[in-house]
Design a protein around this ligand. Structure first.
Ligand code: KIV
Length: 273
């Protein structure tokens, strides 16, 4: 089994993700919503950047992902695409832009691809969005699926607890994963489900399975950047590993700046013309 190759500067494609799964190389994926952060994480060697509808939470301050619009997702997608050279960029289709009407789903996906220049889209759900998946794929637009905890359906479930613990729900999830692969999706995100179930799906499916709160037996991991960098400090589920505490770093830096401005220490002689 090989380790992540951050010195490999070739553009990541859906095909290369499949090859990574085949040779047992884990796939790294993070969210980004703006130019500066996308530039940093692409440069750091991330394989996949997700312009997630979690932008609704961490960028816009909404409680759920439901309010974010297609126009807003396109704005974030465009900003990210201007920064990225290597990573595969996936843009979430937002709530209301693909469920129920497959023609509208295709129109939404086409707008994302034309206006952002991203590589592909991600949508939540299984059998219930089959027609939308088929129609988007028929236009040559690659799709990443998303099963398990699907935040756009939060009002149906009423809770963010672990999904598919019950046998019936676990069976449906496995069925949906099989369907998405059969239809032609290039990968699937599994969110907040038991590790044993996620590992089983990853083993049974040929396409890459990326987990968030789904254990280590899958083909890759995704986290929300603001959570893993400690910018968003209010969210600390068990699955989250914090790699930095930027919240504290930023607060400290701003406090020092305020102090320096108030005391007249900033700007000094060298910092003026
Ligand atoms: O929008 C998002 O950030 C996501 C991840 C949680 C996978 O869909």
């Amino acid at each position: 089994m090989s380790v992540a190759k951050t010195d490999d500067n070739r553009k990541v494609t859906t095909r290369r993700l499949m090859e990574m799964k085949q040779r047992g190389e884990k796939i790294s994926m993070l969210t980004a919503y703006d130019f500066s952060m996308a530039k940093l994480i692409d440069h750091a060697g991330i394989d996949v950047i997700l312009v997630g509808d979690s932008a609704s939470n961490v960028m816009a301050g909404n409680i759920t992902t439901l309010p974010i619009t297609l126009d807003q997702m396109i704005y974030h997608g465009k900003s990210v695409m201007k920064a990225v050279n290597r990573a595969l960029v996936v843009v979430d289709l937002p709530f209301g832009s693909y469920q129920g009407n497959s023609k509208e789903a295709l129109a939404s996906a086409i707008r994302v691809m034309k206006e952002t220049h991203a590589d592909c889209v991600k949508i939540e759900g299984g059998a219930e969005i089959k027609e939308s998946v088929e129609r988007i794929l028929s236009a040559g637009i690659p799709i990443m699926g998303h099963l398990g905890l699907t935040p756009q359906s939060i009002n149906k479930f009423g809770t963010y607890t672990v999904r598919a613990r019950e046998e019936k729900e676990a069976e449906k999830l496995q069925e949906d994963a099989r369907l998405l692969e059969e239809l032609g999706c290039f990968g699937i995100v599994l969110e907040k489900i038991p590790a044993i179930l996620a590992a089983k799906v990853a083993k049974e499916r040929a396409i890459p399975i990326i987990g968030i709160g789904a254990g280590g037996g899958v083909d890759g991991q995704v986290l929300v950047m603001h959570d893993m960098l400690g910018i968003n400090q209010e969210f600390s589920p068990r699955f989250l590993r914090r790699y930095a505490n930027l919240g504290e770093v930023i607060t400290g830096a701003v406090q020092n700046y305020v102090k320096d401005v108030k005391t007249g220490d900033f700007p000094n002689e060298a910092e003026q013309y």
